[in-house]
Design a protein around this ligand. Sequence first.
Ligand SMILES: [Zn+2]
Length: 119
Amino acid sequence: MTETKTHTGGCHCGEVRFEVTLDLGAVVACNCSICQKRGALWCFVAPEHFALRAGSDDLRDYQFGKKALHHLFCAQCGVGAFSRGKASSGQEMVAVNVRCLDDIDVAALSPKPFDGRNL
Ligand SMILES: [Zn+2]
């Protein structure tokens, strides 16, 4: 399954909404300390493929460790629908939690392991 497509998504309460163009064939499951607890499934995209449509005032930021990444979450419902930061290449990127896309069949995905724990 390799198809780049535009999806809409957001947090649970609906305050945070976004549009993103990504390939659901490139989903990863990260083993870092926060992803293990959150259970998010990620797709990394360049910032120009992501547009926040609503909820910038509701976003709260959580950082830890090297503080390279902004683990954003909705202040109302607590759901972390996406994160922002720099990839190891230095490139700005957005990590979208594909579980938060509107039209997603999570059972149909084949997430690849991502060794975030050892970055
Ligand atoms: Zn919310």
